[in-house]
Design a protein around this ligand. Structure first.
Ligand code: PMP
Length: 382
């Protein structure tokens, strides 16, 4: 058996391969090569105040970060930033909850506002919308069959986590005043998917975690058209955490600026690097799946990418792995010490799992090796 080494020189042959979380460590190597250009020095007396810019509606947003966000969207061309409020959050996880809270509060009714997402959906939406048992909104699950009258919020993730598809609203009641949509664009970046248009929706969420891989900084931002919605989101964040770490914001601003600079370089372009890495991983995975004859993967259409100026394929951050056999895939993989997210948690079935494509290289290779050697157990009781 081939022995795969990890960065700490421990053999991977028998260890647990955890691809359940989308921990984006795949990009560490790139940033190591960039070296000290992203280093930020913070003195003991720096960044002590709660406040960043008292003239801004989002007063805890560092102006440097706001600038870096606008510049990056302008270079990539993936979202409109004009005439919008930027709300910074501790990850887009906090912002999604802030947005649901804001829309539900402003709906002003006496009954909880329904929250839905089309299956398969990002499983964390379930916890985000049930954990605090809010009386103002209610998780109603899959948006495909949703037909309740009254106010509702649809979470649209595009490209979608877990299955990488390009999404639009599925409830789709454009003339209904009570219909609200939150667009989660965590993966709408050129290393994952062709940038086909400049998105221009009412509430758009982005996360630093999945652009550059700096998930540990916990920075996300929302681009919000409506002032009242932005105000309510800010209020939520004040109550929840009185703002967002300035150290994180300053570091994010610095890295986003360096990222933007690399876009001008042929040899260092981050998105080019990311795209090549993802392409390589997807090709290897598709090869293993093809050889196996029992596993399945979605196919994605090519589209013209405005950023790269050519027609390109999608290489999603997660693989939505399925099986042709009647089996409980998450358990089968667990027996091989491969941890993945169960399809059922995403509102789907036992025959699908979500696999992170963003792990370190050695972990990804160990996964491929185990998948290639895997025997499935026909145990499903459906
Ligand atoms: N939305 C989607 C679709 C995600 O996949 C993730 C990260 N897994 C998030 C939001 C949350 O990202 P953050 O790290 O910014 O909280």
């Amino acid at each position: 058996m081939v022995k795969l080494e990890n960065s700490m020189n421990i053999t991977m042959s028998d260890s647990i391969v955890n691809l359940d979380h989308g921990d984006p460590t795949a990009y560490e190597e790139y940033w190591r090569k960039i070296g000290d250009r992203c280093t930020v020095t913070i003195h003991g007396w720096d960044l002590m105040s709660y406040f960043s810019d008292v003239t801004n509606l989002c007063w805890f947003l560092e102006p440097e970060l706001a600038e870096a966000i606008k510049e990056l969207h302008s270079v990539v061309g993936n979202a409109a930033t004009e005439d919008r409020h930027i709300v910074v959050g501790t990850g887009s996880t906090q912002l999604c909850q802030a947005a649901v809270h804001a829309l539900a509060t402003l709906a002003g009714g006496t009954k909880p506002v329904s929250v839905v997402a089309a299956a398969p959906y990002y499983s964390t939406y379930v916890e985000e919308n049930t954990y605090v048992r809010s009386g103002m909104y209610k998780w109603e699950g899959d948006a495909w069959g949703f037909d309740k009258k009254g106010p509702y919020i649809e979470l649209v993730t595009s490209p979608n986590n877990p299955d990488g598809t390009i999404r639009e609203t599925v409830v789709n009641r454009p003339d209904d005043e009570e219909a609200k949509v939150i667009h989660d664009f965590a993966y709408y970046w050129p290393h994952y998917t062709p940038i086909t248009r400049r998105q221009d929706h009412d509430i758009m969420l982005f996360t630093f975690s999945k652009i550059t891989g700096h998930a540990g900084s916990r920075i996300g931002w929302a681009l919000v058209k409506d002032k009242e919605v932005a105000k309510k989101m800010v209020e939520y964040i004040i109550v929840n955490s009185i703002g967002v770490s300035k150290e994180s914001q300053i570091r994010t601003a610095k890295i986003l600026k360096v990222l933007k600079e690399t876009c001008k370089s042929e040899s260092e372009n981050f998105f080019e690097y990311g795209r090549e890495m993802m392409k390589n991983r997807w090709e290897k995975l598709r090869e293993v799946v093809k050889e196996s004859d029992v596993f399945t993967l979605p196919k994605y259409p090519e589209a013209h990418c405005n950023y790269f100026g050519k027609s390109l394929e999608s290489y999603p951050a997660f693989a939505w792995l399925g099986t042709k056999e009647e089996t409980d895939l998450v358990s089968d993989l667990r027996r091989q010490k491969v941890m993945t997210r169960a399809g059922e948690r995403c509102g789907s079935d036992k025959k699908h799992v979500r696999v992170s494509m963003l792990s370190r290289e050695d972990v990804f290779n160990a996964f491929l090796e185990r998948l290639a050697n895997m025997k499935l157990t026909k145990t499903i009781d459906i």
